[in-house]
Design a binder for this molecule. Sequence first.
Ligand code: HAM
Length: 415
Amino acid sequence: MRFEKPTGTQDFLPGTVEKWQFVEDKARDLCRRFNYREIRTPMFEQTELFERGVGETTDIVEKEMYTFIDKGERSMTLRPEGTAGVVRAYVQNKLYGEPDITKLYYMGPMFRYERPQAGRYRQFHQFGVEVFGTADPSIDAEVITLGYLFTKELGLSGVKVEINSVGTPAVRAAYRDRLLAFLMPMKDSLCSDCQSRMERNPLRVLDCKKDQDKFGGAPSILDSLDEECSTHFEKVKAYLDAMEVEYEVNPRLVRGLDYYTHTAFEFKAQGIGAIDTVGGGGRFNGLVGEIGGPDQPGIGFGIGMERIMLILEHQNIELNAVKPLDVYLVGLGEAADREITKILFKLRSEGFSAERDYLGRKMKAQMKSADRLQARYTAILGDDELARGEIALKSMETGEQRTVRLDDLAKELGL
Ligand code: HAM
């Protein structure tokens, strides 16, 4: 019997994991600078939370959820995205009772039963942020800038910010009518997906890749915005301009989740194939209330970590992710070997990364190991050195070798 990982999942092995850690550290550091605090919520929640939160007619809820009945006969779902759980936690823990606005971030696996391809998995990972407690457009701009800076600081080039306003539910209802009036005459010529979307979620029809050429004259949602929505959108753009963040207004941008109001945005990368969206998000002013909390506005984004890794690879960006070993200890002879174990423990306790041989190999093979581990130094202890309280220290970079006092080893290695 051979076991294999489930379709659409990945094993992250040493060598790759360090790159992930580097990218995660970057996200954490950015959130520290922007004053966002981490939140960790469960990997599964009540199914209904996502049905209500993400929306009954979305692809996620209709087709992609990992839902199961637990032993208590409750319907549970592995989280397909992060926002609904964070909103639930915000409400349940009454974070809205705090005097300041709430700025949160999270990182972790999400689950969607999708057709896997490059950059699309069934278990994938998001770095996301959510802000609660203000409808001020300056925070829309801040959230967008945070995501933008994340891609910039990782060295990704060609990531574009696209923004749109999807208005309020009332604005969308009016726009839906205008859009349907435009689509109706061509209904029979549209693909079956478009036809069913026309009935369930007409705004998403414009998303269709197949029928794109037919939508040239489609009405723009931006022409349907009311005064409040346009003012908000103008202010968001003005803040972005002030920060010199480049963006493009894309009036066709509709996100695949139902909770958005006002600002919607995506980070798009060029030249990584069919899947070009690195991340997306927007405002969700009705969601907290929808989930049983007070009427508090929110905004956030989710960035796909696999997509980030994919672009890093495409653009040949080398992350300085692997941390070399400080020292590899070689013991020659039985007494020296015992002493090596002691030194190893001491160095590790003092904060050095140190390694030794566990296979009884000859000196040459041990030196090869030291090379593979990119050790800065090897320290070689024979019985003679041991008797004198010394150890031979070799710099792997310069090849220079000298004898140092055992007591001075840590000092010689430096930290
Ligand atoms: P989303 O657009 O569904 O939004 O997902 C955000 C990002 O997660 C996508 O742009 C993509 O990079 C990544 N992603 C989604 N599905 C997959 C997949 N199957 N495989 C790999 N990567 C994937 C949300 O999830 C919202 N919760 C974002 C948000 C936060 N809006 C407000 N706050």
